[in-house]
Ligand binder design. Structure first.
Ligand SMILES: Cc1cc2nc3c(=O)[nH]c(=O)nc-3n(C[C@H](O)[C@H](O)[C@H](O)COP(=O)(O)OP(=O)(O)OC[C@H]3O[C@@H](n4cnc5c(N)ncnc54)[C@H](O)[C@@H]3O)c2cc1C
Length: 295
């Protein structure tokens, strides 16, 4: 046990009493992530709303030797947000403001608790697009995705989070606030510190906001579903599509075992005899099933 009455009170003073959880039922929720086997031991959960509050929480933990585990939405599949050492869980879900969208420079600056899908919905209204798409995008936060260097099916064409990260504000374990990187692509002088924090799973610093590169929203997209009698042919087709000069935004190959599990759980009408298929979009695939020729 790392916390006493005084440190709990100090945390309430920093973030506000309604931003501190100590109820045992709440703590269970914040002691796990998307993995099924990691179980930590949160002693208190705090919800800061700005960089100053993060800094003061980190100073308090540093002075009192209390472990801090950073958490976004807790969807990680790597155990990163699980508080194995106990102590404070610092959850960024209330840091959900988009600070600036710059349509001329194709950049966005946002607090780390912004949910990826929410960001893209706002960007779409300005014909802008942020490609990396871990399939937890309905819940995953920008901070969690930067810290996991998340990607997803769009990685085929567009790459992963790392490729869009320009800069960030972060808080070191001492509570010191640092600004890393900048807001332009040609910001190349010196060590590339944002890239060190990216993928570090919260072990180096607490990120409070990020500046990300954007792209224009694609004008159109089309979905292809192809069904194959042999999985080897399906694999070769992926290579042939790319070699022909067409780089699909997403491409996923599923073998017969996966086809059967899908049909058991979410019947779409995929032929069970198919050895493999690949598709670039699940929603469209649902519509397209039953209508596609076998290759
Ligand atoms: C159904 C599903 C599908 C997925 N598919 C993919 C996929 O296709 N590709 C892929 O790459 N990933 C995938 N993931 C994992 C994905 O990378 C994570 O879900 C996501 O990046 C985590 O975001 P989060 O907000 O939930 O972060 P959390 O799970 O809360 O935290 C993730 C890590 O980031 C750290 N962290 C969080 N916020 C901060 C911060 N502000 N500062 C410092 N550290 C911080 C945490 O300490 C932890 O180590 C999938 C997950 C699920 C559940």
């Amino acid at each position: 046990m790392h916390l006493n009455r005084e440190t709990l009170q100090a945390l309430k003073t920093i973030v506000g009493a309604d931003a501190v959880l100590t109820d045992a039922n709440d703590l269970v929720v914040y002691s796990v992530d998307g993995t099924t086997h990691c179980q930590g031991n949160a002693e208190v959960v705090v919800f800061p709303t700005d960089v100053d509050q993060i800094s003061r929480v980190m100073q308090l933990s540093d002075q009192n030797d209390i472990p801090v585990t950073v958490r976004g939405a807790g969807t990680s599949l790597s155990g990163g947000p699980v508080p194995m050492a106990g102590g404070i869980v610092l959850c960024t879900s209330r840091m959900n403001r988009i600070l600036e969208i710059n349509g001329e420079d194709f950049t966005v600056k946002a607090q780390v608790g912004v949910v990826l899908n929410d960001l893209n919905q706002v960007l779409a209204r300005q014909n802008l697009f942020f490609p990396p798409d871990p399939q937890s995008l309905l819940a995953a936060t920008l901070g969690g995705c930067v810290s996991e260097n998340a990607g997803g099916p769009y990685a085929v064409k567009y790459g992963v989070f790392r490729h869009y990260l320009l800069g960030m504000t972060a808080v070191l374990p001492s509570g010191a606030v640092v600004t890393l990187g900048g807001n332009t692509m040609k910001n190349v002088t010196g060590y590339d510190l944002p890239q060190i924090v990216c993928g570090a799973e919260g072990t180096l610093a607490v990120i409070s906001d990020v500046t990300l590169r954007l792209l224009p929203k694609p004008q159109a997209s089309r979905t292809v579903l192809a069904i194959f009698d042999r999985v080897v042919t399906a694999g070769q087709a992926v290579h042939q599509v790319r070699a022909s000069g067409v780089i699909p935004a997403k491409i996923e190959l599923m073998d017969n075992w996966v086809v059967r599990r899908i049909e058991e759980n979410l019947p779409l009408g995929i032929p069970l005899s198919a050895e493999a298929f690949y598709s670039s979009n699940w929603t469209a695939m649902r519509r397209a099933c039953n209508r596609k020729p076998r290759l």
